[in-house]
Design a protein around this ligand. Structure first.
Ligand code: HEC
Ligand code: HEC
Length: 283
């Protein structure tokens, strides 16, 4: 073929197309060849150091003894070591002391989010915003008191406020009058508030008593909010007529905070108390 080569002296393969299109046999550039050999070397070194080649039963382990699960475990151990330090401190402190310690309360707030999500969010909402029949935990309006101790007690022992149904005791216009006074934010302005015994549980001024978990009726924050196309007046009238947790009234509102004392550890309850306190600007 050499004699037919129209480009003598050129390092081509002797393949030609369209007169002058031809395949050359130049060696690849030097830098490329160096990269090529280095990558072969890399594979060899790597396969000696790290797990690489499959064998019939398993694979070559590499002289460094590195494993993916080992790397993961190391990470977990590091996190655990940091956590253990906090957890140990928490075990020996009261919820109030944890709250007072800036670092610990920040740790608690971050680490107890999952606890809140798993145990409380179904009723109180993911951010503690509350829901139909479930009080909001993000405001500073408390049925049972917002001190860290009260909150801890609420979570440990549960709560069940009881308001007797008044539908059979009051005339419809009396229910109306009381409901209107409450919606106006001045329950005590209605003489019925005293006459019909509301003050026994809600206090003279209607601001509620935390020992009974009776709601503050003057602050325009409602524990039972209107549902569907109900007006606020309707929903207040409903509470007055059918009460809350009144076993003798089938239409009574149901509202029970379950107790967690037998389900969660003391430390978890302390943490949740701190979380709830911080959510709601406890007091
Ligand atoms: C099954 C629903 C349910 C679950 C789960 C639940 N709660 Fe409650 N919670 C309630 C109800 C209902 C009330 C109101 C009780 C009442 O009206 O007396 C309440 C009240 C409270 C209160 C008192 C609020 C106040 O204004 O004084 C706190 C604090 C609270 N819950 C925290 C929690 C925490 C923390 C968890 C998770 C460990 C939790 N709850 C899980 C239903 C629930
Ligand atoms: C035996 C005690 C008791 C008596 C008497 C009582 N209440 Fe209540 N009331 C409660 C409790 C406890 C709650 C809160 C229940 C809960 O949240 O679980 C409540 C809640 C309410 C609510 C709901 C407030 C909200 O935030 O949604 C209204 C309205 C109300 N009461 C009005 C009255 C009126 C009016 C009277 C008098 C006719 C009255 N109550 C008498 C204990 C009582």
């Amino acid at each position: 073929m050499a004699d037919k080569n129209p480009f003598p002296g050129e390092n081509n393969t002797g393949h030609f197309w369209d007169d002058n299109l031809r395949e050359l046999a130049n060696p690849p550039p030097r830098w490329w060849m160096i990269g090529f050999y280095v990558s072969i070397l890399w594979v060899l070194v790597y396969s000696v150091l790290y797990p690489t080649w499959p064998t019939l039963e398993s694979f070559t382990k590499g002289v460094l003894g590195w494993t993916q699960i080992g790397e993961y475990q190391k990470g977990v151990d590091e996190v655990e070591a940091v956590r253990a330090e906090f957890e140990q401190k928490i075990a020996g402190m009261t919820a109030k002391e944890i709250l007072a310690d800036e670092g610990l309360s920040a740790y608690t707030e971050a680490s107890a989010k999952v606890l809140f999500g798993d145990n409380c969010a179904a009723c109180h909402g993911g951010g503690g915003q509350g829901g139909p029949g479930y009080p909001a935990l993000v405001d500073d309006d408390w049925l049972w008191g917002g001190s860290i101790e009260s909150i801890e007690q609420t979570i440990t022992l549960g709560r069940k406020g009881i308001m007797t149904a008044h539908g059979k005791i009051l005339k419809p216009e009396e229910v109306n009058g009381l409901a209107q006074a409450i919606v106006d934010g001045k329950p005590a302005s209605s003489p019925l508030f005293l006459q019909k015994g509301c003050i026994a549980c809600h206090g003279m001024d209607g601001k509620g008593l935390t020992v009974l978990g009776s709601a503050n009726l003057t602050d325009a924050i409602y524990r039972f909010n209107p549902e569907g196309d109900e007006t606020l007046l309707d929903s207040v009238k409903y509470t007055i007529m059918y009460g809350v947790n009144d076993a003798s009234e089938p239409k009574s509102r149901q509202a029970e905070m379950p107790k967690f004392g037998d389900r969660l550890s003391k430390d978890d309850i302390k943490k949740l108390s701190v979380v709830v306190f911080k959510l709601g600007g406890g007091q």
